[in-house]
Design a protein around this ligand. Sequence first.
Ligand code: HEC
Ligand code: HEC
Length: 133
Amino acid sequence: MIMLNKKLLALVVLCGFVAVSVAAVNIGYQKKRNLKILPKDISDAKLDSIMDSYNTALGVKCDFCHVKVKGTADSLDFASDAEPMKENARKMMEMTIHLNKTWFYFNKDTRPEYLNTVTCKTCHRGEPFPPED
Ligand code: HEC
Ligand code: HEC
């Protein structure tokens, strides 16, 4: 019985520790956010799915627009604007949102940033620089 309680206590302490660490990581992550086009209150899931869609639409990896953290092999600094392609992408996002908002904004329940009638893929079709014909 005493053994069991000790194990239980250890488990509770461990769970508490994990919960606190996860919360700390989340707060750190949100504070660093550098969003100029997407809504500031965007969920992580929504942000992830939008970013995934850019990879597919342009046929690139995340590092096409995001710089590597110095001294690491493959971790990316998503909040940094050091990669100029990120700002190019922002212009494209603005254009795409503008197209949807101007011509396809029929359902006012959806936020214009999340309208998907014209998407990156409509023009890019797997190419970072779509050919002219
Ligand atoms: C075509 C360019 C492009 C690609 C590819 C891309 N991103 Fe992004 N990403 C952006 C832009 C632009 C922003 C900033 C959006 C804004 O200002 O509202 C951004 C923002 C982010 C953010 C928020 C950073 C912050 O400020 O906290 C995360 C996280 C992120 N991207 C992850 C990813 C991941 C993961 C991938 C690969 C699956 C990826 N991105 C691929 C352009 C890109
Ligand atoms: C209406 C068509 C269209 C849409 C929609 C579109 N793009 Fe583009 N995009 C282009 C064309 C065409 C080029 C090539 C321009 C060039 O070669 O100078 C381009 C180029 C780019 C580039 C390369 C840098 C540059 O400025 O030339 C990036 C990055 C990019 N697009 C990201 C995106 C993202 C992300 C989306 C969705 C949010 C998107 N594009 C939506 C047509 C489009």
